[in-house]
Design a protein around this ligand. Structure first.
Ligand code: ATR
Length: 274
């Protein structure tokens, strides 16, 4: 029987996941389909039941259901449990639904694809303390990055993540700006720089360290104001598209046991977004 997958969210019309996964199915000669389904919050429980009944092999979960879907799943992967958020559901052979989170590991795969794996000892600064920052912090820790600092407008949210991590420190945006030359990897995880965002720079890059790696999780636009500033200072920059493609590739691998071609997909989507 043909396998099928989905992405559920609200809104969902602009998701690039269906095109990406269907292109991979084509490329790899896999007889499967991936469809977007618009699900409002109040329909979530019924939607999960329906996806299960109708035989979906798995699905992605996006805003606003990443946390609220958890009670409707049977099992959680360790990282998803720590993060308190799920973006990928796998229907296992026994029919049970297991939740994973591939957002943070997608970021780390993208970072390491761009700059290699030899920077784990560098001091990392994550700007922002929302859901995306949390996922990235836990994934970085899992992949062996040990020196993590979180800078956020609301410091208490940074402290919360650091406490859950059991290591690292939380500081203000002002302090991060002043101590910027201390950090070798800087990750912008706030909504600053989104095409429709009213604020574009969470902090000044005046004191950026020579040779720093600067990443942004925003991929539309591909070059955020933050990355443009970093580029002017000769930083090695990593845009948000790789994170998107790799979170999908890791999910794909959980579903089908094969890792799709991420390089080709990043090239294709870059052309689309430029
Ligand atoms: P996501 O799930 O995408 O991470 P989120 O949980 O809403 O989204 O988090 C948004 C992040 O952007 C937060 O770190 C937020 O800072 P606060 O925790 O202080 O709210 C940050 N952010 C949003 N607007 C901001 C602004 N104008 N200035 C600085 N930080 C901002």
């Amino acid at each position: 029987m043909k396998k099928w997958f989905a992405v559920i969210g609200d809104p969902i019309a602009h998701s690039k996941s269906p095109n990406m996964h269907n292109a991979w199915f084509n490329e790899m000669d896999i007889d499967a389909a991936y469809i977007p389904i618009h699900i409002k919050s109040e329909q979530l429980e019924k939607a999960v039941f329906s996806l299960k009944t109708l035989g979906a092999s798995g699905w992605n979960v996006t805003i606003p259901h990443k946390q609220t879907i958890i009670p409707f799943l049977d099992e959680l992967d360790e990282l998803a449990e720590k993060m308190g958020a799920v973006n990928t559901v796998v229907r296992q052979q026994d029919g049970k639904l297991k939740g994973y989170n591939t957002d943070g590991s997608g970021f780390v795969h993208s970072l390491e694809e761009a700059v290699g794996k030899e920077h784990k000892q560098r001091a990392v600064l994550i700007i922002g303390a929302g859901g995306a920052a949390r996922g990235i912090a836990f994934a970085l820790q899992q992949y062996g990055y040990t020196n993590i600092t979180i800078a956020n407008r609301t410091i208490s949210k940074g402290i919360e993540i650091v406490n859950e991590l059991g290591e690292g420190q939380a500081i203000s945006l002002k302090d991060a700006e002043q101590q910027l030359d201390h950090f070798g990897i800087i990750i912008q995880s706030t909504s600053a720089g989104l095409a429709n965002s009213e604020f574009s720079l969470p902090l000044s890059l005046e004191k950026l360290q020579e040779g720093a790696i600067v990443a942004d999780i925003v991929y539309n636009p591909l070059m955020t104001t933050f990355l443009l500033e970093a580029q002017k200072k000769n930083a090695k920059i990593v845009n948000g598209l790789g994170m998107f493609v790799h979170q999908g590739a890791i999910a794909f691998n959980y579903w089908l046991g094969q890792y799709p071609n991420t390089n080709l997909m990043i090239k294709r989507l870059t052309e689309e977004l430029q």
